[in-house]
Design a protein around this ligand. Structure first.
Ligand code: FES
Length: 286
């Protein structure tokens, strides 16, 4: 077996197909944007995640051209960029719609109706998971927990929350999106298109009036957990207004409590219960 001379390329039988570059004007604009992003990090390769959002803001998904751009900008190989972009679910590998509609089918949302919503939307839109409607407006996918279990079942559109959904409300939501009717998330910033969202995620300011001030704070159930951890007694019982139409009604005011359940009382911990102090672990049986 003989070694290949250093100056001789090894052919693996694959065609050499470097990804095309962006048109000059697009490249110049993205170069300027990327320079701003990279300058935020002590090590340029740390800018890869925002740069992948930046290329998504250009083409709606991570193209081979986008991978080349990130690699050239950060001094990485295209294999390294591809490895990262295919690891995270927020980066698309193929073209998608203006609205990425994600239905949470993780355990809590699933049992609260997320599975039913996802099945209904597949039927209603005539697409499967990770597929896009023919008009190019909606890409449907099932997603994992979005830390919004207080409001299960949750649907996200371009990562904005639509809480306490039902199959009917979710169908109305996608119908409104496809018809271009205004849609308001339950909380947080107003909705914008996938590409616009990608640019915000790349770290550029959301200049829409009121967008930054809009908050998507934690839900009452999460805050009760915090109060219990602090040894406080919550004043309200958490009851979701399940009968209300989620994006027509007021957002998630808990109903006043008449009786607190024993489960709502502060729990004794080793720190708060001197009768049962935490001590060193003993051998089993001692
Ligand atoms: S399980 Fe759906 S948001 Fe947590």
């Amino acid at each position: 077996m003989t070694a290949t001379p250093a100056n001789q390329e090894v052919s693996l039988g694959m065609p050499q197909l470097p990804a095309p570059d962006y048109p000059a004007d697009v490249r110049a604009r993205l170069d300027a944007d990327a320079k701003e992003v990279v300058a935020r990090y002590p090590d340029s390769r740390s800018a890869l995640l925002p740069l992948l959002h930046l290329v998504q803001s250009q083409e709606g998904y991570v193209t081979r051209t986008g991978v080349r751009f990130c690699a050239e900008t950060l001094g990485l190989t295209t294999a390294e960029v591809t490895a990262v972009s295919t690891f995270y679910s927020m980066y698309r590998r193929k073209p998608g719609g203006d609205y990425q509609v994600g239905v949470c089918t993780n355990t809590l949302c699933a049992v609260m109706g997320g599975d039913a919503i996802f099945d209904e939307l597949k039927q209603h839109l005539g697409v499967g998971n990770n597929e896009t409607t023919e008009d190019g407006s909606v890409t449907l996918e099932h997603i994992e927990c979005n830390a919004a279990c207080d409001f299960a079942p949750v649907v996200m559109v371009n990562w904005e929350f639509f809480d306490d959904q039902t199959p009917e409300s979710a169908k109305r939501l996608v119908d409104d999106l496809r018809a271009g009717r205004p849609v308001r998330p339950t909380r947080g910033a107003p909705l914008c298109t996938y590409k616009e969202t990608a640019r915000i995620l790349a770290g550029f300011p959301d200049e829409r009036p009121g967008a930054v001030e809009a908050t998507g704070g934690a839900g009452p159930a999460s805050l009760i957990g915090l109060k219990l951890a602090k040894g406080e007694t919550p004043q309200h019982r958490v009851v979701h207004p399940r009968a209300e139409t989620p994006h027509d009604g007021p957002p998630h005011d808990p109903s006043p409590s008449e009786h607190l359940s024993s489960h709502d009382a502060p729990q004794q911990t080793s720190a708060s219960d001197p009768a049962h102090p935490a001590g060193p672990e003993t051998e089993e049986g001692e």
